[in-house]
Design a binder for this molecule. Structure first.
Ligand SMILES: Cc1ncc(COP(=O)(O)O)c(C=O)c1O
Length: 386
């Protein structure tokens, strides 16, 4: 399923945007946006085809399709030991939109929101869209046990939101139960809601295990808003489908109002929900095989990168990206990105502040959700360019 032959490069060149195959010159390998090169699970394709064949693609309910919410409720309960009321699970049009809804709901102009450094750009972007002030909490690559009491010191009367990204894109850290319990304690004690972005939570490598923040206790769940999606685990980024959930009824109502689903300004499209339902109910074997492939690829990348002069990386605990330290090359991350593009014809994401925060300088991020052949070719070219 995850062989080189299963990848349709002709279609990727037409359809894979966001810094990927459709946007780079012929011959360039884009290890950029975290979007897999593999087609989605056959079970998902079949469900979408079947739903579409009837020809009816009417409006869905503002609160989302019942089948999808049932599948989501079951997923949280069985995979995350997290019991969520079905009417407090809201299908939305992407995890990115979920982050935006949370920031828009909870932040007034001038409010502060805590976010990690480095972390995916979406948090800073959405905080600023809501005219909030991003306050960074450093978690450098390679950090083992995070001391969240240092985060507590950053809390002021203006702090209205804490953003957790678990697993952490781009460093691949998976937070332990102990770390999350401490973060939860801080949130409860200060009465500050936590946005728990768990979009990478299915891609966690043994012996690491994923804990969903909201599952830890009733008090913590009352302060947690979980956002997740289907772009990473199932390769459905183009369907723009995700979910937003909280056990806190009043908070859910506020988020639902901000989503504008009631007025059809936004809403999770029905095909995304059908695909999401099929993913959760029929594509679990596919997902297991996918994670096993990614596990092999992360080791391949780490072994090869760590053998190259001037480069080093930690083996990620989760996510399908490697965050590579390039400081020894003497180049800035932007200059190194350009060097790889010119000399190796490989495109990576530079550790610029606008992508991940100031703590990302000296690093580049590369995705390994591709075949062993593509990855080996890219790594060979990177090595030769050095
Ligand atoms: C942490 C994180 N959250 C959200 C997203 C966006 O997901 P979606 O495609 O569902 O908007 C990404 C994509 O890279 C991500 O890494």
């Amino acid at each position: 399923m995850f062989s080189h032959d299963s990848i349709r490069f002709d279609l990727l060149r037409q359809r894979a945007f966001n810094l990927r195959w459709a946007t780079v010159p012929e011959g360039v390998i884009p290890l950029t946006a975290a979007d897999p090169d593999f087609p989605c699970a056959p079970e998902i394709r079949e469900a979408v085809i079947e739903y579409t064949q009837s020809g009816y693609l009417s409006y869905g309910p503002p609160e989302g399709l019942a089948d999808f919410r049932t599948a989501l409720q079951h997923y949280f309960l069985s995979n995350r030991q997290y019991s969520l009321p079905i009417d407090q699970l809201l299908p939305i049009d992407s995890a990115a939109f979920g982050i935006q809804v949370v920031c828009k709901s909870l932040l007034s102009p001038g409010d502060e929101a805590l976010l990690f450094d480095p972390v995916d750009f979406l948090f800073q972007y959405c905080i600023e869209q809501a005219q909030g002030i991003p306050v960074r909490f450093p978690i450098p690559p390679g950090t083992e046990a995070v001391d969240f009491s240092r985060l507590e010191a950053l809390i002021t009367p203006k702090t209205k939101l804490i953003c957790l990204c678990n697993p952490l894109n781009p460093t691949g850290k998976v937070f332990t139960r102990e770390e999350l319990t401490e973060l939860g304690r801080i949130a409860v004690q200060h009465g500050i809601p936590v946005l728990s972005d768990e979009i990478w939570s299915d891609i966690v490598f043994e012996p690491h295990t994923f804990t969903s923040l909201g599952s830890l206790s009733h008090d913590i769940s009352q302060h947690t808003i979980t956002v997740t999606g289907f772009s990473k685990s199932y390769g459905l980024a183009g369907l723009r489908i995700g979910v937003l959930a909280t056990e806190n009824k009043a908070l859910f109502q506020r988020l639902f109002e901000t989503s504008l689903h009631q007025f059809t300004v936004h809403g999770a499209n029905v095909l995304g929900q059908v695909a999401g339902t099929a993913a959760l109910t029929h594509a679990q074997d596919w997902l297991r095989a996918y994670v096993a492939h990614l596990d092999r690829m992360r080791r391949l990348v780490s072994d090869r990168i760590n053998s190259m002069k001037g480069l080093s990386t930690q083996t990620p605990e989760g996510c399908f990206v490697s965050f590579v330290n390039i400081e020894q090359t003497g180049m800035s991350s932007e200059a190194f990105q350009q060097h790889l593009l010119d000399k190796a014809k490989v495109l990576v994401v530079p550790g610029l502040s606008r992508w991940f925060g100031p703590g990302a300088e000296g690093y580049v991020r590369l995705s390994f959700a591709t075949s062993e052949q593509v990855l080996t070719e890219a790594l060979n070219r990177i090595e030769e360019s050095l």
